[in-house]
Design a protein around this ligand. Structure first.
Ligand SMILES: NC(=O)C[C@H](N)C(=O)O
Length: 330
């Protein structure tokens, strides 16, 4: 009999990793349970026991905040068990970075939690689901993965949830950390970390404010979308500004309107790397935005800043406290 020294729970939520070709629809659709995926896996590990948790089979654009709250509590109850050393979550890649960051900010745990998925489904030759699960298990059982927050393992690269983005619609190498690169790699059976990360400050809240929109600044943009968000009841708006965090002059009145209506406005950048800062003093520049009360979102991209604002507004309705949460992420 095998001696089972380590136990990893794998929570299956759906995505391409659990999809197959449907001939009638001539397209890819949800098809496989966690058990069916793991039958293909053919246990590669002698010393690891796997526990399968079938959470659901959701394409990731179908993931909601309610589902994320449920997923968080499923993961928490697994992490609380002394027999489980880490949790792997399979997830559709389209929204994986949002779910990973949500879990990173809300799970206060040192045991490894790894999100992964696949870019090819089981009907395709290059099905990458098994390799990604295998690499994720290796990271989950590695002691060096402890205390690093939620990680994303994809195509043998290891990323911090706070940094990772999906960069390709179709490549197997679909994820990257544009500013800092992966924190490590899975090289055959070895897990190698090349740098450490400072875990993000947690936002320990069960309440999540869902009325938060994300807008992107483009040339010639006016303020009609900002005003629409305010008038339709948003409590927060994240704006991806240009460059250092600037907007068009014609957006400023809308931002003032939002702030006057107690809607928190967070400015981040549509650039892929770098921090926002109030360096520009022209109309719509960061200096004016900060002076009227907009909050700068540091180096977060729009997707992550929106998740953080939803959680911050769930935790507090105090403007100063929310500002502090954005300014001291670590
Ligand atoms: N590769 C994938 O998983 C993409 C799929 N559309 C999803 O996110 O569910």
């Amino acid at each position: 009999m095998k001696s089972l020294s380590k136990k990893v729970a794998i929570v299956f939520t759906g995505g391409t990793i659990a999809m197959a070709m449907n001939k009638d629809k001539n397209s890819f659709v949800p098809a496989l349970t966690g058990y069916e995926i793991m039958k293909l896996f053919n246990n590669h590990f002698d010393d690891v026991e796997i526990e399968i948790v079938d959470f659901g089979n959701y394409p990731s654009p179908h993931i909601t905040i309610d589902l994320l709250k449920k997923l968080k509590s499923v993961i928490l109850s697994l992490l609380n068990r002394s027999d489980i050393c880490g949790v792997v979550v399979t997830h559709g890649t389209d929204t994986l970075e949002e779910s990973a960051y949500f879990l990173d900010l809300t799970l206060d745990f040192s045991k490894p939690v790894i999100l992964t998925g696949s870019m090819r489904n089981v009907s395709e030759d290059e099905y990458d689901g098994i390799n990604n699960i295998k690499a994720s298990i290796r990271v989950a059982i590695n002691e060096k993965s402890i205390g690093k927050g939620v990680l994303v393992v994809f195509n043998n690269k290891i990323f911090a949830a706070s940094e990772v983005v999906k960069i390709s619609t179709s490549s197997l190498d679909a994820f990257c950390s544009p500013m800092l690169g992966p924190i490590g790699f899975v090289d055959t059976d070895k897990v190698i970390f090349y740098r450490n990360i400072i875990p993000q400050k947690k936002i320990l809240t069960d309440a999540v404010e869902e009325k938060v929109s994300l807008l992107k600044t483009v040339i010639g943009m006016d303020d009609k979308l900002i005003k629409f968000c305010v008038d339709s009841g948003d409590k927060g708006i994240v704006i991806e500004g240009t460059g250092r965090g600037n907007v068009t002059p014609t957006m400023v009145e809308g931002i003032k309107y939002a702030l006057a209506n107690n809607v928190i406005v967070v400015i981040v950048s549509r650039c892929l790397t770098g921090r926002v800062l109030d360096t520009y003093g022209y109309k719509g520049g960061g200096k004016e935005l900060v002076s009227i009360g907009a909050i700068l979102g540091e180096n977060l991209n729009g997707l992550k800043a929106r998740i953080k604002l939803m959680l911050s507004l769930g935790y507090s309705n105090n403007y100063e406290e929310i500002k502090r949460m954005f300014q001291s992420a670590y």
